[in-house]
Every structure is written in C-alpha cells, then in structure tokens.
Design a protein around this ligand. Structure first.
Ligand code: ZN
Length: 134
C-alpha cells in the first residue's frame, strides 16, 4: 500500500449573496411559494438564453483571488444534459464538463494554506472538479 498516495477531493458549493439567480433576472427569495420566481430561462424553454449574473461572477473572481487562483478571462459554461426527477428542463449549466475543451472555470489552480497540528504549513490545491490534483 505504500506505493499509493490517497488524493481526496471535496466538491464545495456555496450560495452567493446575489439578488437574482445565476443565469436570469429572477429574484432570489428564501422560504417563499414554490415556483414564484421563474422565467423562460429558469424553465429551460426553447430559445431562452441564459446570461451570467455579473455580481455572481464578481464574487467568484474575488473568491478566486483570495484563494490564489488564476482567473480565466475566457471562462465558459456548458450544458450538462441529464435526467433527474427534480430537474425537468433536463440539463444543468456547469463549468466543468469533464472534457478538457470545456474546462474553463472562472478560477483554477489556486491554493489555500493551512496550519497543521505540528505548526507546519501545508498548501491545499484548488482545482476544477474535472482536473487531476497533485
Ligand atoms: Zn428565471
């Protein structure tokens, strides 16, 4: 077993404090009536064009800079099509499609420094979900 080194990845999600959703102008309101804030983009209607939320992108860049990441000025999103009972539109908009051609997240290749119990420091890499870790 000593020939193996465990690599453990964490997929971490956070909800940004924006007033509207990530890809449309629908208001975010917690604990409200279901389906109160929906539009053709949210529902994935044909021809509806999602547009990234400027404030959310700004927050992502700020987080990336705090985590020593490279900021990709050509960041892109793709549709990951799949069926899931609570996802009637049949796709999710993502930044990690699993293929290198789709691998353009806003932030990548950063690090967070932690202090271990013995007082030494260790850098934990910040990498996209589809990239290999070191
Ligand atoms: Zn919407």
């Amino acid at each position: 077993m000593s020939n193996y080194c465990p690599v453990i990845g964490l997929e971490i999600h956070c909800q940004l404090a924006t007033k509207t959703k990530m890809f449309c102008g629908c208001e975010i309101e917690v604990n409200t009536t279901p389906n109160k804030h929906v539009c053709p983009v949210c529902l994935g209607m044909p021809g509806a064009m999602p547009v990234p939320n400027k404030k959310a992108v700004e927050y992502a860049i700020r987080l990336g800079l705090a985590l020593n990441c490279e900021i990709d000025l050509n960041a892109m999103w793709t549709r990951k099509n799949y069926f899931y009972p609570d996802l009637p539109k049949g796709y999710q908009i993502t930044q990690t499609g699993g293929l290198p051609v789709y691998d353009h997240p806003i932030c990548k290749n950063g690090w967070l420094e932690i202090v271990k119990e013995d007082g030494t420091k260790k850098r934990v890499g910040i990498t996209p979900a589809s990239s290999s870790t070191t």
